[in-house]
Design a binder for this molecule. Structure first.
Ligand code: P6P
Length: 352
């Protein structure tokens, strides 16, 4: 009979390489997996309960909060606040650093998450996702601090996403490859279905929102024409974009391609792009790199950006390394004005 490898067994098999491992880390990933199972259940029956639709509130990025956003946010918090494994959390839905309630012990990790990415798609039954990343706490004292959460992506100890689609999958890395698990509803377990995911050498897709094309910089326009086979020698790629980054990224991870949400110049509404660095960009960049790809803000590796605020944004180009490096080439060649504008934002100091 084929081996059924759960997340726990996979982590235990992987952990054998770390003699000092205490299993805390494995349990953290299981805590996230449990939250994912509960969110999956609610997402799959959202149409049958009164959990669809928007609330009257907005998140720190000024986006209308969906009821399922708030549900997912609450579930992830409650699955992790009492375990004694976490010292602080950061959520897309919460303005400030989330402290561990005083009645619970704190631990050695900090958890950052976007509880439900792409939630504007929920009401139209399009795939949505959860994104999470884990840093190790390094400051003294019991409580996690802003310095513990605002670490560079290259210091991540784990990152992953859950995609609530035709099936629910959890994809994560701990720095030793990217592994995908599919939720078997019959047993309520995530079972290893995609071991050692690598981005295929030959890309098939590009994913971006052509609706903001009028605001693109010249370099992004040149990149897009290159990907479409209009300029240059690259074969034309198929365009796929459903406005849910986890789903768009997952397709490109498995089939090969590039996803980009660039900074814009003309309208300055999104000069630094839309994706949030701390709980979206870093996680996807870590996964992309571990799968043989690359993620850049157009200037350099997203994992090397020194964070300055919890909800800071980053332009993002991620997928096949050669395509992302092509994006960097066009931006360097044609977008000096935008680079100067963005560098001022990118290099701001962390203000405690
Ligand atoms: P637009 C969802 O809100 C999200 O953050 C990503 O999941 C998605 O890729 C992007 O925004 C879509 O934004 O402006 O193209 O609708």
């Amino acid at each position: 009979m084929e081996k059924l490898i759960t997340i726990e067994r996979h982590m235990q098999d992987t952990q054998k390489q770390f003699p000092g491992a205490t299993g805390t880390f494995t349990k953290m990933l299981q805590d996230v997996a449990l939250a994912a199972k509960i969110i999956s259940r609610e997402t799959n029956r959202a149409g049958l309960t009164n959990i669809l639709g928007a609330t009257s509130s907005e998140n720190p990025s000024g986006e209308r909060q969906q009821k399922l956003d708030m549900f997912a946010d609450e579930i992830i918090f409650r699955m992790n606040d009492h375990t004694g494994r976490v010292a602080a959390m950061v959520s897309e839905e919460q303005d400030d650093l989330i402290e561990i309630p005083v009645e619970f012990d704190t631990g050695n990790y900090v958890l950052l998450y976007d509880p439900l990415d792409g939630s504007s798609n929920i009401d139209v039954n399009v795939s949505v996702g959860t994104i999470f990343s884990i840093h190790r706490k390094f400051t003294k004292g019991e409580k996690g601090t802003i310095e513990d959460v605002l670490q560079e992506g290259k210091r991540l100890v784990a990152a992953g996403y859950v995609i609530y689609g035709s099936s629910t999958m959890m994809v994560y890395t701990t720095g030793y490859g990217v592994h995908g698990f599919t939720l078997d509803l019959g047993v309520g377990e995530f079972i290893l279905s995609h071991p050692d995911i690598r981005i295929p050498e030959t890309p098939i897709y590009y994913s971006t929102n052509h609706g903001i094309e009028k605001d693109w910089t010249e370099g992004v326009r040149k990149l897009t024409h290159y990907l479409q086979g209009i300029d240059g020698d690259h074969p034309a790629l198929n365009q796929r974009y459903i406005g849910s980054m986890v789903a768009d990224f997952h397709r490109n991870l498995l089939k090969g391609g590039i996803f980009y949400y660039p900074g814009t110049l003309e309208n300055r509404k999104k000069p630094y792009g839309k994706i949030r660095l701390m709980y979206e960009g870093q996680a996807m960049a870590f996964i992309a790199e571990q799968a043989g790809g690359y993620a850049s803000d157009g200037i350099g590796n997203i994992l090397n950006i020194r964070p300055h605020t919890l909800h800071q944004r980053t332009p993002i180009f991620m997928g096949n390394r050669d395509l992302v490096e092509k994006a960097e080439h066009f931006i360097k060649e044609y977008d000096q004005e935008w680079v100067a504008l963005y560098n001022e934002y990118r290099n701001r100091e962390l203000v405690i």
